[in-house]
Design a protein around this ligand. Structure first.
Ligand SMILES: *Cc1c(COP(=O)(O)O)cnc(C)c1O
Length: 396
């Protein structure tokens, strides 16, 4: 990997591509050499309304003229409006704002423990999560994550997490004890390879939680904000979580996260129990409010569902039956092409053809276009991928 002088000042935590993106609009980004790319990763499911969407930009500029930051020791009207936009359009009653997906999940874990320990007074603390899940990089959320690679070198890890295989109901029942506070899962295991949770399993998990007095936490950091064809993925399942988390697409690129929960959990987070200096600043809140309102007013999730079906159709038409392709799966506009071998090289080749995509685990090519992507852009992306796959058959 080439490394220039200015990179020397950064920790080498990322295996970066040798491309410097400097401009973005809608589905397109440009690098510092003037090359143009069709963006089918959206900053990892962040730019759900495309790059620099006008309405969010205007809301941010208006807020920049008013007030950027104020302490949560004061009322923040914009934060209240952003929270109301979220509670008006979801099953949640209360919102806690933070700055990232990991922080939102950290808040969810803390809320679940505190609800059991302080409201119900039963001392429960264990959280059951799933193998191949991803919940973040703080100590608690990397412990919650069901993948060993994120834990390497960070011992000792916090206590109180158990893991079961996705779709293993008997395993889940066995993992639950009188210490269990919550079950936590992603509606689509995203980093783990784009595995949508089976509807019957999701309903069975909800029933188990009800029966055993557990909270159901859904990590919608990647699946939320219209990505799967509903504002939140759990709406597909006909169930309601007790707690769910959101971040990536929440501010259309402005960094912000949130934990949302049902009314009964409100009293578990009284004054002083949890806090964040930057959580829900006027600027972040302006981005959230404009993003949620735009998604609802312009029926963006429905568009994602429609474009997701179209993308899936085109991919199946061009790639199904290809010797490298095992399965094409997804939900709305989070789509994985599961291959029989590692796909890192394909990602690099796609970049040279002007298409940005990302992996999800070693063998899965992940497509995350913005939710306003056009049919023409989908045709273009699928065309590039089809050519790359065709070229690869020849090599094999
Ligand atoms: C990205 C992601 C996180 C972590 O979010 P950060 O903002 O990077 O902390 C957590 N859970 C899921 C499902 C994610 O996709």
């Amino acid at each position: 990997m080439e490394r220039n002088m200015s990179e020397q000042s950064l920790f080498p935590t990322y295996a970066r591509f040798p491309i410097a993106l400097v401009k973005g609009k809608g589905s397109w980004v440009w690098d510092d050499q003037g090359n143009k790319y069709l963006d089918f990763m959206s900053g990892l499911a962040v730019a759900n309304l495309g790059h620099a969407p006008d309405k969010i930009k205007r809301a941010l500029i208006d807020q920049l003229d008013q007030l950027w930051h104020v302490s949560n020791l004061f009322r923040i009207p914009k934060q209240e409006e952003a929270a109301k936009a979220l509670t008006d359009h979801t099953c949640a009653d209360a919102v806690f704002f933070c700055n990232s997906g990991a922080e939102a999940n950290e808040a969810a874990i803390k809320l679940a423990r505190r609800y059991h320990q302080k409201v119900l007074g039963n001392g429960r603390y264990e959280i059951v999560t799933f193998v191949q899940s991803f919940h973040g990089r703080t100590l608690a959320t990397l412990t919650a994550t069901g993948q060993d690679k994120v834990k390497d070198g960070f011992l000792p890890l916090p206590d109180g997490f158990k893991y079961v295989e996705l779709h293993d109901m008997a395993g889940l029942e066995a993992a639950v004890s009188d210490k269990t506070a919550a079950v936590m899962l992603e509606p689509v295991l995203a980093e783990g390879g784009i595995h949508p949770v089976d509807p019957a399993f999701m309903r069975a998990v909800r029933e188990l939680c009800d029966k055993r007095g557990l909270l159901l936490i859904l990590d919608e950091v990647q699946t939320g904000m219209g990505r799967t064809g509903k504002l939140f993925a759990h709406e597909h399942y006909g169930i309601e979580p007790d707690i769910f988390t959101v971040a990536k697409g929440l501010g259309s690129g402005f960094p912000v996260g949130a934990m949302l929960a049902k009314e009964k959990l409100r009293e578990a987070f009284p004054p002083g129990s949890h806090a964040s200096t930057f959580g829900g600043t006027p600027l972040a809140s302006a981005a959230v409010k404009a993003t949620v309102e735009t998604m609802v007013e312009e029926r963006v999730p429905e568009r994602a569902a429609e474009m997701g079906s179209y993308l899936m159709e085109r991919l199946r038409e061009k790639l199904a039956g290809h010797p490298l392709v095992k399965e094409i799966r997804g939900m709305g506009l989070i789509v994985g092409i599961d291959c029989v071998q590692p796909v890192a090289e394909l990602v690099r080749e796609a970049q040279t053809q002007g298409l940005l995509v990302v992996t999800a685990g070693p063998n899965v090519l992940r497509l995350l276009p913005n939710l306003l992507v056009t049919r023409e852009e989908i045709d273009q992306a699928v065309g590039i991928l089809a050519n790359l796959f065709a070229g690869r058959t020849a090599q094999v």
